[in-house]
Unconditional design. Structure first.
Ligand SMILES: C[S@@+](CC[C@H](N)C(=O)[O-])C[C@H]1O[C@@H](n2cnc3c(N)ncnc32)[C@H](O)[C@@H]1O
Length: 273
C-alpha cells in the first residue's frame, strides 16, 4: 500500500479518535500495523481506508484501526518504584487516615493486564503485613483497545511474557500453571480487578472516584494540550488527598494548582491539591 496517499488525513483521524499523535514520518509504522486490515479490506491507500470508515456506521472498522495503531508494550512491576511506593508509603498513609469507604484504584491504560495485576499483588503483600487493614478493595482497569482487554481479562500468559518483571517465587505465589504450559493469574489476585473499555478522550464520570490513579506510559503518545486536558480530568476522578502515578519518562508540568509533586527518592508521585 502506498501509505503516503492519505497519510495526513489518517494521522488527523487517529488523533481525533484516540489522541495518538503520530507525527510526520511514521509511514513505516502505519504500513506495518495496518497490514492485516489493508489485506482484509482490499483498499489501495489510506484515503480509501478512511472512506470505508465513514461508511461503517457501527464503528467496527474504526475500532480495529485504533486497536492496530496502539502500542501495548508493558511488563510486570514496570519500573519497580511506583509499586514499592504504593506498598510502603501510599497504602500505609491511606490506611492510617482511617478511610470509611473501600479503597479504589484505577489503572488508566492497562494494556494486557500486567499493571493492574501487579497492583493487586502489591495489595496482597500489604494485606499480609497489615491484616484487616483493607477490605473490599477494587482495581478498575481500562484501555481503548478491545484486543488487549480480552487478553487482560483472560489473565493467562506465556512464560516469555512472565519473565519480563517476575521472579520464580512471584510466579509460584501469584499464578497457577495451565495444562498447556501457560500461567494464569490466581483467582484471588484477579478477583480485585475489573476490566472496562475506556477511551481517555471521553468522560470518566461513570467510573466514579479513586484514591490512586496509575496513568503510565500512555500520555507520551498525546499532544501537550491533550495531555493537560486528561490530567485535569484525572484530577476530578481523584478523591481528596488521592495520588496520580505517571510513567518514568512522563511528568506533570504546569499544573501546580492541581497537583503537588511528592519526591519519594527514588520516584515521584503527584498528590491532588
Ligand atoms: C504502552 S501501553 C502502557 C501500559 C501500562 N500502563 C504500562 O505502563 O506498562 C499504552 C496503552 O495505552 C492504550 N491507549 C492508547 N490510547 C488510549 C486512549 N485514548 N485511551 C485509553 N487507552 C489508550 C493502548 O491501547 C496501550 O494498551
Amino acid at each position: 500500500m502506498p501509505v503516503t496517499d492519505g497519510y495526513e488525513a489518517f494521522t488527523d483521524f487517529l488523533e481525533r479518535h484516540s489522541g495518538i499523535a503520530l507525527g510526520a514520518n511514521k509511514q513505516y509504522l502505519v504500513t506495518s500495523r495496518l497490514r492485516g486490515i489493508v489485506r482484509d479490506t482490499g483498499v489501495n491507500d489510506l484515503g480509501e481506508l478512511l472512506k470505508l470508515v465513514e461508511r461503517d456506521v457501527r464503528g467496527k472498522l474504526r475500532g480495529q484501526i485504533i486497536d492496530a495503531m496502539t502500542t501495548n508494550e508493558t511488563l510486570w512491576f514496570r519500573d519497580t518504584h511506583p509499586f514499592e511506593i504504593l506498598r510502603d508509603r501510599l497504602l500505609p498513609e491511606y490506611v492510617d487516615s482511617r478511610p470509611t469507604k473501600p479503597l479504589r484504584i484505577w489503572s488508566a491504560a492497562c494494556s494486557t493486564g500486567q499493571e493492574p495485576y501487579s497492583i493487586s499483588m502489591i495489595l496482597d503483600q500489604f494485606k499480609q503485613r497489615r491484616p484487616g487493614a483493607l477490605n473490599g478493595e477494587k482495581i478498575t482497569a481500562t484501555d481503548i483497545s478491545s484486543r488487549v482487554l480480552a487478553d487482560a481479562r483472560e489473565g493467562e500468559y506465556a512464560m516469555l511474557a512472565l519473565g519480563r518483571g517476575l521472579d520464580t517465587a512471584q510466579l509460584k505465589q501469584y499464578f497457577d500453571q495451565t495444562k498447556d504450559g501457560r500461567w494464569k493469574v490466581k483467582s484471588a489476585i484477579a478477583a480485585r480487578v475489573e476490566f472496562r473499555p475506556l477511551n481517555l478522550l471521553e468522560s470518566y464520570s461513570l467510573l466514579g472516584q479513586f484514591q490512586f490513579v496509575f496513568c503510565r506510559n500512555v500520555l507520551i503518545y498525546f499532544s501537550g494540550d491533550l495531555k493537560r486536558q486528561i490530567l485535569l480530568k484525572i484530577h476530578q476522578s481523584l478523591l481528596p488527598g488521592g495520588y496520580l502515578i505517571v510513567g518514568a519518562s512522563e511528568a506533570v508540568n504546569g499544573l501546580n494548582d492541581y497537583y503537588e509533586m511528592v519526591h519519594c527518592r527514588p520516584g515521584i508521585v503527584y498528590r491532588k491539591r
